[in-house]
Design a protein around this ligand. Sequence first.
Ligand code: NAD
Length: 253
Amino acid sequence: MEKNIDRVVEILDRSHNTVVVTGAGISTEAGIPDFRGPEGIYRKLGENRVMKIINIDFFRNNPLEFYKFYRQYFIFPPVEPGKAHQVLAEMEKAGIIKAIVTQNIDNLHQKAGSQKVIPIHGNGARFLCQERNCRSVHDSNYVNTYPEVIPRCSQCGGILKPDVVLFGEHIKNYPDAMDRILGARVLVVIGSSLTVYPLAGFVKEFSTFTQYLIIINKGPTPLDHAAVVKLQEGNTGELLEEIFEKIKKRRKQ
Ligand code: NAD
């Protein structure tokens, strides 16, 4: 383990273009469950049920059932960024990482102070009016205190949709995310099962032409064999802190 950490330190210290990809696993230590981990939402609710309901067609055809489910499981309680989010923000300030491409909708990277964040699945704290000529934005506080199950726009009464990518919708920031990942010298994946496309496809493509893929993930991923280092034990926030401290120490020498 120590040898692997030292290898990560060496690679990150030498790289001038490191990009980080994060998934739901980076936020579990902050208190938000992931989908596919041992405590994940899929295990609790069943993958098919989640995919059926958190789907754009289901939302359009049955907003009442959609919101009954979404309100219960997908409007996260307000939580603070974990150590992993904080260390990544510090690493960006120190010039060690260039950008974070995230699948998460919890805004914890932005809250921790990371500047260059590319969210590809949207923002779970925003809700958009679906009326074409309105499109007003509302926050989760508005939705949480709305007196009915289906939240409606304060301006026109239109139905609000979470500003997140539901199953059946295209990801956001596609070109930016792809350019960042494929243009990176080193890619560090943290807390993603690497099973959600197209992001998993970008990482796979990256791994076919460079050896510098690092994976920090508790569970297995289909690209473990392609990683120069895979770290899977311990607390991820503490692991990142150790890596950061060691890079700072090297740079002082
Ligand atoms: P995933 O749930 O498919 O995989 C998470 C991975 O993280 C698992 O392999 C798990 O073993 C690992 N993991 C769990 N805790 C960890 C920790 N402390 N340190 C390191 N690894 C840990 O996540 P995904 O690949 O991001 O895909 C899930 C989808 O669900 C995404 O599209 C995302 O939008 C959405 N989602 C987001 C949130 C969030 O915003 N916090 C939460 C749940 C789901």
